[in-house]
Design a protein around this ligand. Structure first.
Ligand code: AMP
Ligand code: DBH
Length: 543
């Protein structure tokens, strides 16, 4: 396995002949991503762009604030090409900073609010980031104190806090006269997205201005977003789905209004849908099922027209129940990845078609191949591994040359690790996965990362983590642990250990099975199929 950190190029460009095609077809328009805000601020300065609680921010205000913030950050030494870590919950501050950084050509790593010192430190180590933009508190967690610890440990130099800064800079105090900035290269990196990952060291996804911009525009067109639309963001906006599919950025491109909610708790979300005339929102299946329960006990007024569900597999029965409960809103299945490719069911597809598949590629130039283990195409309709390349799918992870040789084919197709089949109508159905990952209600967990975290415990001899089916989350994580001689281990101990070690809470195992040895395959690798079979049989000893 390839676990060396920080070797290889930051960004792998597309080959010139493909880049030329993507330009000729109008996908790449040679504009930096912040152009979408600039244009709208010029066309409709007084329209409301963002709403957070009682606060609202108009297009011109957001545009001006981003310029002033960019000037202030430049004044404090941030320069084009620098990397920073952006970790903010859903709110106006996220987008002020997001656009300010884009304008400077500073590349944010889009951390999730759930990330803790382990993840944040890894992002800094991999990118050389010295700045962290974070919240004071969010969802009961003191982010500002965590930032202080990272600073004391020398992981970062500068902290900017949205809220009371305490010993750090407060975002509100960063303000300077807007000044002209050097132009940003549209072919260069705009953001570093996070991969759900399969390796012990997380992988970062470099998205260029023009490829990201294209996926946003094409997604907004596919969903027919207009100035009349109001998008409700309940998933964390750093995530590719609510950010770009078409998400917040697609809504801003179309000149609509975005309502930023701290979470997706059904009653609060339903109130927002009614109060703001929300037309579009995006959920993961687990949250969609919670909304379904809520919908059965309360009415929902308003003008919701599009309910997107993605990030993990939505089963056909769940899809049909959502269609019935939220009619006349149209259900849309979205099967996407931060690496690029996004599949959507179309708004006009018959309801049964929408319920039965995960959509089809966004772009006419998304190339897909469904292959067997030897990369040979499977017969039509058969299940195989999904490979893809196209105008908004990366050609390489950030500084991960060795891993890239495994994750991409020689001709540049990304190995998604998803098992899919193609229906006669040309839709994709997700049938499973070969990558060693747990998809916990849409939150992806790399098994290798958790295994390494567990092996660090002094009483753990060895560990293997697999997914177990869960009626609510889709999957949950189950850790098989071989304790050292005489050790006494239980789930609570290991969960506390991982928290103390600074891991994001969603990565803690949901279940523990203690074994005397881990089963191995003929070549001596841990046999995860045997572990999954053990779970299926239910003959284990659980802690
Ligand atoms: P990431 O690479 O972390 O952005 O996660 C993308 C992965 O999430 C995909 O490769 C799929 O494994 C999974 N995924 C996303 N959307 C869906 C969906 N609608 N149905 C099934 N799996 C999905
Ligand atoms: O799961 C994902 O990563 C995802 C799902 C839907 C995604 O990145 C997207 C849409 O853009």
């Amino acid at each position: 396995m390839s676990e060396r950190v920080a070797e290889g190029p930051e960004f792998t460009p597309w080959p010139p002949e493909l880049a030329e095609r993507y330009r000729a077809r109008g996908y790449w328009i040679g504009r930096p991503l912040d152009h979408l805000l600039r244009e709208r601020a010029r066309q409709q300065p007084d329209a409301v762009a963002l709403i957070e609680g009682e606060r609202c921010c108009r297009y011109a205000e957001l545009d001006r604030r981003a310029d002033r913030l960019a000037a202030a950050l430049a004044g404090r030494g941030l320069r084009a090409g620098d990397k920073v870590v952006l970790q903010l919950p859903n709110g106006i501050a996220f987008f002020e900073l997001f656009f300010a950084l884009l304008r400077l050509g500073v590349v944010p790593v889009l951390a999730l609010p759930a990330h803790r010192e382990r993840e944040l430190a890894a992002f800094c180590r991999m990118t050389g980031a010295r700045w962290l933009f974070t919240a004071e508190r969010h969802a009961g967690f003191a982010h500002r104190e965590l930032a202080g610890r990272l600073q004391a440990a020398g992981v970062i130099d500068r902290v900017v806090v949205a809220g009371e800064g305490g010993p750090h800079l407060a975002l509100a105090d960063l303000d300077a006269e807007a000044a002209p900035l050097p132009p940003v290269d549209p072919a260069g990196m705009a953001v570093l997205q996070l991969s759900g990952g399969t390796t012990a060291v997380p992988k970062l996804i470099p998205r260029s201005h023009e490829d990201y911009y294209y996926s946003v525009r094409a997604s907004a067109e596919l969903c027919r977003l207009s100035t009349a639309d109001v998008y409700l963001a309940v998933l964390p906006v750093a995530h590719n789905f609510p950010l770009t599919s078409p998400g917040v950025l697609g809504t801003l491109w179309a000149g609509g209004t975005v309502v930023l909610a701290p979470d997706g708790v059904p009653d609060r979300a339903f109130d927002l849908i009614e109060a703001h005339g929300v037309t579009v929102t995006a959920l993961v299946p687990a949250l969609a099922l919670a909304w379904l329960q809520a919908r059965r006990r309360r009415a929902l007024g308003g003008r919701l027209r599009l309910l997107q569900v993605g990030g993990a597999k939505l089963d056909p029965d769940g899809a049909r129940a959502l269609q019935a409960a939220f009619a006349p809103a149209v259900l849309q299945q979205v099967f996407g990845m931060a690496e690029g490719l996004i599949n959507y069911t179309r708004l006009d597809d018959p309801p049964e078609r929408i319920a039965a598949c995960q959509g089809r590629p966004l772009s006419a130039d998304d190339e897909i191949r469904i292959v067997d283990e030897q990369d040979r195409p499977v017969p039509p309709g058969a299940t195989g591994l999904l490979l893809t390349r196209g105008p908004y799918t990366i050609r390489g992870y950030y500084r991960a040359a060795a891993h890239n040789r495994e994750a991409f084919t020689a001709d540049g197709f990304y190995r998604t690790g998803d098992r899919v089949r193609l229906t006669p109508e040309g839709d994709l159905v997700v049938e499973g996965r070969v990558k060693e990952q747990i998809n916990r209600g849409g939150e992806k967990i790399a098994a290798a990362e958790v295994e390494a975290a567990l092996r660090a415990h002094p009483q753990v001899f060895d560990a293997a983590v697999v997914a177990q089916n869960d009626p609510y989350l889709g999957e949950r994580s189950c850790a098989f642990v071989v304790p050292r001689e005489g050790a006494r281990l239980d789930l609570g101990t290991l969960r506390r250990f991982m928290l103390e070690q600074g891991w994001a809470p969603y990565k803690l195992p949901d279940r523990l099975v203690l074994l005397e040895t881990l089963p191995t395959t003929g070549v001596g690798k841990i046999d995860k199929n045997a572990l999954r079979a053990l779970l299926a049989r239910g003959t284990d000893r659980t802690g």
